[in-house]
Structure formats: structure tokens, C-alpha cells
Design a protein around this ligand. Structure first.
Ligand code: ADP
Ligand code: ZN
Ligand code: ZN
Length: 740
């Protein structure tokens, strides 16, 4: 577990001279000294406008001045009107994250200052109410308008015109005549307040026990960490809603982190059903205006519950009383570009700093959280069965080495084995729904020339181009490069020689349609070529039973509840199992377990068929036997034996740039300069998995350290030894979760 190290600067007294350190939201080494206007003295966190070169930037008073700049050369930073201020604990959190991830604090501050407009005085809008004057000339339209305005509600010109069904000219005429009086309203209507008692559920025994622990923890108003570990459909959401209700009763704010925006729509509705209103949202799809409104409402306490992506971590909550990270095992919580951090881990840190509880929820916890719970650092709240009468589905393995169409079969399948087809037939005949899962987008992952062996690869990345048959294009899934599907091989100029290799979801769908021409199906894939609207459309069609079969990538694996879905077929369960990274097994297990969890969520029992070539594999066996904890124990044993996380620590350096020679040179220099330290091993440099990505060459070094090692200190000493030219970037990834 990560331990909070509070920054000593947190309790600064601003000097009488009023020269202060101001942190700017830029990747600079630290705070810069500025003087405040005469007679002004403000605390840490105060937002200021600060001159920098010939522009003005937003900054935050961070602490005492460094004293490195002569008094006469100091520039003046001016606090913004209305004195907006980041909560002190948020400043502490920013310092902590910067320290831990080895990023400059300004780079972390930039994530907390995502809405400049939020600090400006709130805009006002003019609205009109009925005055006492009635003009002498009254038309029908005027009478109607004044009648409507008579209800005392303030409306804009267009709003009133609409409500009275008149033209805006009529309304403006009445304004000129003095019959309508202007009044100023805030730019936005206030957020509606969630009601803790709106629709309280009746919890079952397990749920009640878990909810009681969480309610007590919230009421205690101090740090505690909880792993809410329950099978899919056991009611984890219902349980943590009780913790939220308690926080609302305590007058506290709540932060809910979800791994993907795609999951929020259903979540918002579910929240509204429980608390009467939707929570406020925070993610990258918000408009500037919504951003400003929400940021301000979090800062002034008007927004009580925020649900959002990992960037919500840096919002200026002043009264945070509870943090929840749902689907805590998800890799999407790790931010990979810019400042690299893990939102789940940082949620625990923020809870520590805020002195409030944090709840991590999952049906397949990360091994880290599992071990933390086992060792008592987190309480382990278990929900062992599905709510109501739903049972966990039966999971069967299909051994692809045996279960193939024989030579005597007339119509052979490439991807759907005979037992899977039989099960599909049965399900469709019973009027139930099925899902086919393959974690690969597009039609085929590789296109090959039969004549000369040419493989289509991306010119900017070390990646194959993926065929998208419906769009008739080849696309790179790393950088988005695309080209129309060629008819001639660019290497040997033969035509008709290009063949697709391997399946993507589109190809599975094609085969499905050949065998089940009458079945209604849709493809759901998170894709540059299938937009989010199309994906949501497919999922909605499934929920409304407008289709019988949903064929999809991991986008269909999580969170969805389809009551009539009784069969899940996993087309290739072995995918992703062998890429040599320590978390590959854990990830495969989690994904397949989540997919399986879609089946049989209502009265009818579910069946899951996993097609595999390694039926003896531990992951497959654990899934087939429903022995999750057995798998975790075995995996825990491996990690312990190899001192892998959470029994040891990892950090990666990724060196990248457009000048491949310079990148390899710096990587070599870094490799040679690695300090010798007890219990630290350095591997590499080696080309990264994507040795070329978006045109940049990439090399990696991996640090493996024993648990007690101060990895940050080690990395700092190491990086200080090398001078890196501006054309090369060295990104530090503390606790890497993937090795692309
Ligand atoms: P999880 O988050 O563990 O997957 P959910 O909270 O989504 O589980 O619950 C699964 C389904 O069961 C949901 O439709 C939910 O509304 C329902 N449910 C769970 N607990 C209860 C309860 N105590 N009373 C009524 N419905 C419940
Ligand atoms: Zn060719
Ligand atoms: Zn590419």
C-alpha cells in the first residue's frame, strides 16, 4: 500500500514581505517567486494571475518564496477577484503525486486547473418578471405574455416567448413598455441535490453486513480502505450507494471513479433511481461550459456527488467524505500519457490525505488489492452470491484441438466450433439471447500477400494494419493511419493475392451470419471506425431484444445487464495469455470472468463456452471450476516467488523520440549509468513492444526492486546522471501495469 508522505510545505506562513512561491501549471522544476500586491497576504492554494515572459498565466500560491530572485526583479502575481482558492489538501495531494510519479508538480497542477473560466466571476444572464405597469395598447399576444409572466418565474426573452407562444418581438415590446422588468440570474441553474432517502433498497444479509461496515466508516470521518469484493450481480453498486447515502447525511461530498466513460450512462440512470437526481459528471467529453459549471460547483460545495473518469481525482473538493473506485482492477485507471499515474492507487492516497474512507469495488480485484485485503490493510467485504434467484453461469471449455469440423462436414466453420454452434442453435430456438466475444477489432488482424509474403504494416508504428471489411479500409489501431483496401500487392504488383489472416469481430460475425442467416445480430466494438454512437446503439438494441446475438470486443464485457442473455461464447480464450508480462494471466482471468458474468443474470441459468487450445492452463481450469480464489492463491504464490508486484516493485523508463539514433544512444547511456544498489536490478535497454509508435522510436528499461527500496530516490539519482537532449523524451512509469 502507498503511504502518504505529507509535504512539509503544507503549513506555510506567508512572509510579511509577501513574496511567495507560485506554482504554475507547466512542467517546470518547481514554484517560482512572485511578490503579491502591496498589503495583500493570501494563504496556500490561492489562485493568482502571474506574468510569465510576455503572457499571463494562472498560478497557485504554493508556499514560501525560494529567495533566489532579487527583490527588484520580482514580478507581481495578483489574486483573482473573489479570491478563489484550491483546498489545501488538494495542494498536498498534488505535491504527493508529483513526488511519487517523479513528475514536476506543475505538470500535476495542470491536471487540477482544467477550467480557467471556473475562477472568473460567474457570468450572469438577464431574465424578466412581470412589473406593475400594464401598457395602454394590449393585443391578444401581449395579454397572453403577461399572463404567463404573472406566475413569478423569471424567464429569458426567448424562454418567455416560447412559453406564451408569441414572437420575441412581443416580449421585447413589453420590456420597452416597462411591463416586464429585468432581473439578473446566475449563468447556470444550481445542481439538484441527491436525496439519501429517495429510494432505499432492502438489502440481503451479505449486502447489509458490507453496507454497515461502510456506513460506519463514513460516519467515523477518518481514513479507511475497503475492498468490496463480490461476484457480478451481487449488488456491489447497491452496497456502496448506502455508503454514499451516509456521506450525504454527514454533509460530505463523494467522488466516484469509473474506468470508462462508456459505463457512465447506465450508471447515471441507476444513481438517479436511487437518489432522485443524476450526479454531476466529470470527463474529457464535457464542453468548456459544463466544465466551468461543474468545477465551480465542486469547489463551492454545490455539487455533492461527482462521477467521472480518473481526472476527477484532481477536482477541488472541499468536503470530501468518501471515494469509490468501481471496477478497480481495470487497466483504464492507469493514465499512460503525459503524467503517468494509477488513479486507483492515487484514490487511496487522496483518501488518506482527506482523512476519509475509500472503497475499491470489483468482482475480480487486482492482485494488489486482493493481497492488501488478505493482509488486513483493507477490510475485505465479500458478497458471495448473486442477488435474488440468479445463479452463477456454468462454464465449459471447448478444446479446439479436438472439436473441429471433420473432413466429412459439408459446411466447415473456421471460428465457431460445432459445440458452440449447437449451443447457439439451442439458445436461439428457445428465444433467448447470446453473446460472442472476441477481443479483437476489425475483420482480420493481418493482411498477407500469398504470392510474395508481403505483410501490411503501419508506416508510423511497428504494428500490423487491421482490415475493416465494412469500411473497406486497412487501419492502424495505434495511430489511426488508414488506407483504402488495396486490390493489388504493393510489393509484387499481383492482384487477387491478398488474404486476411486470423479473425476479428467482423469476421466472426460474417461466419455467424453464414450459419444463422435468420438470426438478428449486431457488432459492438470500441473502434475508430465504429463510433461510440454505433456501439451504444448495438448495446441498446440488445437490451431491448431487437437483436438475438451481440458480437463484440471487450466493450461488451463489462457492466451490462441483459436479462435474456443466457449464452456467452468466447471465440478465442487464449488471446493475450502469452505476452510475457507478469500481469498477463491475471488480466486474462479478469476479462474472461467479466465476460462470463454477463450470462444468466436473471431467472434463466447461463452457460459460458470458452474455446481454447490450452484447456489444462491454470486460467482455463479456474474459470471452468469457478475457483476464483484458487486462481488468486496460485497467482499470489508466483508473484511472491519471483518478487513481482505486490511483493516487489517495478518502474519503467520509456525513451522515445523521432530521431531513432538519439533515442538508442540515450537508452544505452542510461543502461550504463544505472547506479548499483542493493536489491535493485535493471533490465534493458531493449526495444519496446511497439518499437515504433506514431513515428517515434521507443526503447525501454525496467527496474525491479525489493519491496522496501525507495524506488523514487533510486530513479532520481539515476536520471540526474544523464543529460537528455530536447529531442528525446524519458518517461518514468512507476508501478507499470503494461509493457507496450
Ligand atoms: P454488481 O455491481 O455487484 O454487479 P449490482 O449492484 O449491479 O451488482 O446488482 C445486480 C442487479 O441486482 C441490479 O439490477 C440491482 O438493481 C439488483 N439488486 C441488487 N441488490 C438488490 C437489492 N437488495 N434489492 C433489489 N435489487 C437488487
Ligand atoms: Zn505480393
Ligand atoms: Zn500506426
Amino acid at each position: 500500500m502507498i503511504r502518504a508522505r505529507l509535504n512539509p510545505a503544507s503549513n506555510v506562513e506567508i512572509q510579511p514581505k509577501a513574496v511567495v512561491g507560485v506554482l504554475l501549471p507547466l512542467p517546470l522544476a518547481g514554484a517560482y517567486d512572485y511578490k503579491l500586491p502591496p498589503g495583500v497576504n493570501v494563504p496556500r492554494g490561492t489562485v493568482v494571475a502571474a506574468p510569465l515572459g510576455n503572457r499571463e498565466v494562472l498560478g497557485v500560491v504554493w508556499g514560501k518564496a525560494e529567495g533566489t530572485v532579487g527583490d527588484n526583479r520580482l514580478k507581481e502575481a495578483v489574486p483573482l477577484d473573489g479570491g478563489p482558492r484550491l483546498p489545501e489538501k488538494l495542494c498536498d495531494f498534488i505535491d504527493w503525486v508529483a513526488d511519487y510519479t517523479l513528475n514536476p508538480p506543475g505538470a500535476i497542477l495542470a491536471m487540477a486547473l482544467r477550467s480557467r473560466g471556473a475562477f472568473e466571476p460567474e457570468a450572469r444572464r438577464t431574465a424578466y418578471v412581470r412589473g406593475s405597469i400594464t401598457p395602454p395598447r394590449m393585443s391578444q399576444a401581449r395579454v397572453r405574455t403577461l399572463e404567463v409572466a404573472g406566475d413569478g418565474l423569471a424567464r429569458s426573452v426567448t424562454g418567455l416567448a416560447e412559453d406564451a407562444n408569441v414572437s420575441s418581438a412581443v416580449v421585447r415590446g413589453l420590456v420597452t413598455a416597462g411591463a416586464l422588468i429585468p432581473t439578473e440570474l446566475p449563468e447556470f441553474a444550481p445542481f439538484k441535490q441527491p436525496d439519501a432517502k429517495y429510494a432505499e433498497p432492502r438489502l440481503n444479509g451479505d449486502q447489509l453486513a458490507a453496507a454497515t461496515v461502510l456506513r460506519d466508516a463514513v460516519a467515523a470521518q477518518k481514513f479507511s480502505a475497503h475492498l468490496l469484493d463480490g461476484v457480478t450481480g451481487s449488488g456491489k453498486t447497491e452496497v456502496y450507494f448506502e455508503a454514499i447515502a451516509e456521506a450525504l447525511k454527514q454533509g460530505k461530498q463523494v467522488m466516484i471513479l469509473l474506468p470508462e466513460i462508456a459505463l457512465t450512462v447506465q450508471f447515471l440512470e441507476r444513481f438517479a433511481a436511487r437518489f432522485g437526481v443524476r450526479p454531476a459528471e466529470w470527463h474529457s467529453d464535457l464542453s468548456q461550459k459544463e466544465r466551468r459549471r461543474t468545477y465551480r460547483a465542486v469547489m463551492n460545495g454545490e455539487a455533492r456527488v461527482i462521477v467521472g473518469a480518473r481526472s476527477s481525482l484532481f477536482l477541488p473538493f472541499g468536503e470530501l467524505g468518501l471515494i469509490i473506485a468501481d471496477e478497480e482492477h481495470e487497466q483504464a485507471f492507469k493514465q499512460q500519457d503525459g503524467a503517468i499515474y494509477h488513479a486507483r492507487d492515487m484514490a487511496v492516497v487522496r483518501a488518506r490525505i482527506e482523512n476519509c474512507p475509500v472503497v475499491l469495488a470489483s468482482a475480480t480485484p487486482s492482485l494488489e488489492s486482493y493481497v492488501n485485503a488478505q493482509q488486513g490493510r483493507y477490510t475485505h467485504l465479500k458478497l458471495v452470491s448473486r442477488h435474488g434467484i440468479a445463479e452463477m453461469p456454468e462454464v465449459r471449455l471447448i478444446d479446439l484441438r479436438k472439436e473441429r469440423d471433420g473432413p466429412d462436414v459439408e459446411k466447415k466453420a473456421q471460428w465457431l466450433s460445432p459445440p458452440l454452434r449447437a449451443a447457439l442453435e439451442k439458445t436461439l430456438a428457445a428465444g433467448e439471447q447470446a453473446m460472442l466475444f472476441l477481443n479483437r477489432r476489425g475483420y482480420a488482424p493481418l493482411t498477407l500477400c500469398e504470392a510474395c509474403g508481403h505483410k501490411f504494416t503501419c508506416p508510423h508504428c511497428s504494428a500490423w494494419l487491421v482490415e475493416h471489411k465494412y469500411k473497406k479500409r486497412l487501419a492502424c489501431h495505434q495511430c489511426g493511419y488508414e488506407l483504402p483496401m488495396p486490390s493489388v500487392c504493393p510489393q509484387c504488383n499481383e492482384s487477387g493475392t491478398l488474404i486476411p489472416c486470423g479473425p476479428g469481430v467482423e469476421r466472426v460475425a460474417e461466419e455467424f451470419a453464414q450459419f444463422f442467416p435468420a438470426a438478428r445480430f449486431a457488432i459492438a466494438s470500441s473502434d475508430i471506425l465504429h463510433g461510440p454512437a454505433e456501439t451504444q446503439g448495438a448495446i441498446r438494441a440488445m437490451a431491448r431484444r431487437e437483436i438475438d446475438v451481440l458480437i463484440g470486443t471487450q466493450i461488451v464485457a463489462k457492466g451490462h445487464h441483459f436479462p435474456q442473455l443466457t449464452l456467452v461464447g468466447v471465440v478465442d480464450a487464449d488471446l493475450g495469455g502469452s505476452d510475457g508480462d507478469v500481469r498477463a494471466r491475471e488480466r486474462t482471468f479478469q476479462l474472461l470472468h467479466q465476460v462470463s458474468g454477463r450470462a444468466g443474470r436473471a431467472e434463466k441459468p447461463g452457460l459460458v463456452l470458452l474455446q481454447t487450445r490450452n484447456p489444462e492452463d491454470a486460467v482455463m481450469q479456474a474459470l471452468a471450476k469457478g475457483d476464483r480464489d484458487g486462481f488468486y492463491e496460485q497467482e499470489r504464490g508466483y508473484r511472491e516467488a519471483y518478487a513481482a508486484p505486490p511483493y516487489g516493485r517495478l518502474a519503467a523508463l520509456v525513451i522515445s523520440g523521432y530521431d531513432g539514433e538519439a533515442v538508442r544512444d540515450i537508452a544505452r547511456q542510461l543502461g550504463k549509468a544505472a547506479p548499483n544498489a542493493k536489491d535493485v536490478k535493471v533490465w534493458g535497454p531493449t526495444p519496446a513492444f511497439y518499437a515504433l509508435l506514431r513515428g517515434q522510436t521507443r526503447e525501454r528499461l525496467l527496474v525491479q526492486a525489493a519491496k522496501g527500496v525507495d524506488v523514487q530516490a533510486y530513479l532520481k539519482a539515476w536520471l540526474a546522471a544523464i543529460k537528455v537532449p530536447a529531442s528525446v523524451r524519458v518517461a518514468v512509469d512507476v508501478d507499470p501495469v503494461s509493457f507496450f
